[in-house]
Design a protein around this ligand. Structure first.
Ligand code: I3S
Length: 128
């Protein structure tokens, strides 16, 4: 994630391309819109930028800013139930402000690493 360093002056812990959709916003259900999304974990924030599925798109033209960001403090992660999605390897992320996201990768090692990283971040920042 070295190229992300320039963005925020602090290194990001983890980044990669995942399938992401919002399912709830401020406690209200919203329509699913799965998109391949460049995802960066940085401190207690998770940043998303829709790109062409490549890290290099981050700095290209209008892709240079994150589109969406969630604060992981006070949030939770769990493996999504079958009712939430028919896809495999889906993480359900809930934030303190009532946003719910589904995060998915076809590659189980990739999604397992993200699950661990997100859980650790939430636990680490639990008391802030
Ligand atoms: O939970 P749902 O409503 O079955 O989610 C599916 C739909 O969002 C579908 O799109 P439209 O019904 O808006 O055209 C998506 O294409 C599917 O991917 C969604 O389900 P999965 O199980 O893939 O999360």
């Amino acid at each position: 994630c070295t190229h992300v360093l320039l963005l925020s002056l602090s290194p990001s812990e983890k980044c990669g391309v995942l399938n992401v959709t919002k399912i709830t916003e401020h406690g209200k259900k919203v329509r699913k819109n799965w998109a391949s999304t460049w995802t960066v974990l940085q401190g207690s924030s998770l940043l998303f930028a829709k790109g062409q599925g490549s890290g290099t798109s981050w700095f290209g033209g209008n892709q240079s800013k994150p589109e969406f960001m969630v604060d992981l403090r006070g949030g939770s992660v769990e493996w999504a139930s079958k009712e939430k999605s028919s896809k495999k390897h889906v993480i359900e992320l809930k934030t303190r402000v009532g946003t719910e996201l589904l995060i998915q990768s076809e590659i189980d090692t990739v999604i397992n690493d993200w699950f661990r990283a997100l859980s650790e971040t939430i636990n680490t920042h639990a008391w802030e």
